[in-house]
Design a protein around this ligand. Sequence first.
Ligand SMILES: [Fe+2]
Ligand SMILES: [Fe+2]
Length: 498
Amino acid sequence: MTDKLTENYENSLQTSCKDALTGLPNYGFFVLSLEKNIKKAVEEGKNLSLALLSIDAFSEINRKYGIIKADSILSVTGKIIAGNIRPGDLAGRLHSDNFAISFFDTDTDKAFEIIDGIKNRIKHDLGDEVTLSAGVSEAPSQTAIAEVLIANAKEALLQAKLTGFNETNFFSRIPQGQLNDNPTILVADDDPKNLKIMKTLLDSMGYRVMACDSGAGAVSIIRETPPDLVILDVMMPGMDGFEICKRLKSREGTRQIPIILLTALNDRESKIRGIESGADDFISKPADKSELLARIKSLINVKNLNRRLASFENILFSIANTVEAKDRYTRGHIRRVADLAVSIGKSLGMARHELESLWIGGILHDIGKIATPLEILNKPGALDDEEREIMKKHPHTGYLICHPLKKNLKDALDIIRHHHELLDGTGYPDMLKGDEISPAVRIMVAVDIFDALTTERPYRKALSREEAFGILDSMVNKNKIDAKVVDALKKSGIKGGM
Ligand SMILES: [Fe+2]
Ligand SMILES: [Fe+2]
């Protein structure tokens, strides 16, 4: 009795994992097994190839011959696939006319060979009218995540379909035959006709095109192979264009990628939603070639400019680190100052963009010391008047170095120039007074002095927190630095120094 129950239970479990029409594992079971196989491949250092196969123009077959004949074609196809794979391979029916095979310990050449065998058998059994297209991807060389592997194979399948029926294509990070420097554009549209029109149009303009028929697929492709620009259809099942837009614009790694949304003509509501989701531009369907070309060009130019500016910013950061390395007494100073300035800014209720300026300003504030001679920076004693005058040039020099990036640096540039200004007008280089000194600069001035006092200098030991605050208090009394900032520093409980 118990044995019978167990058998029934196991049978019901098996049934729930199988597709009723073909007897192959269904989507859920296939993905579960694929995850296990990828893990095994990673552990054993082996290769796994995944093939997605789809019957070409299946909806046309369905329409022409009716559902019973179409179902019979699906059933025969499932059997042929199951009969042509090897022990250790796994086949499944994902949905409708989409099948999948995971080939364990198999390179793509071998996978292509087996797929060719399946295609030949289908031609033999079902005639010329039924053809299969296939897309192949590889783990773990491309990815060790099942969903991404499937998305890669889907992308390869789509490329195969776009090339023509009965094709097999391999997913490559750089689309095959397009190893050039032309910008890459990802187009996502669930309508194969629109996708083909768009691909042909963009191909003719010399762009490298990655095409994708779903929102989720687009997101995983973009994460794996970030394109230079994304064109999204607004209406797609599952994840629509707005949702993808929001996701891409909220992530650091994909924020800079320009997005064009494809909307219906005069669809004002979609445009408003698109702007809210962070879209960079809109194109009405059907796309006009010259309009599309103009918009793509201008968005890619802006993206490249931003990238150049971002890399210039990185160069500035490495110069700042080099300067610090020159000065053996101020090691760690810029990072401590930047972090402390941000925490004081936060406690004083500053906005996010002001905190960003404080951090960048903190890192770059002493960058002008690149021009200060080493013997002055590292002099083991107090500076004489002439040396002090040379040292006092560093805020102005720093300003000149960073000025070309003024659009990006914004208030941070003000911090770099004025971090030695004092409220009574006795600071340098511009001898600003009172309100002429911004709240962000006031924070930087006090934090910079506090860090200098609590770290060892060539001519004195590091002061204790109490000694340092004694000096800061006297500077507040002489109206040199901001009382509110010193108060916030005291409340922060910072000890100071290295
Ligand atoms: Fe300085
Ligand atoms: Fe400094």
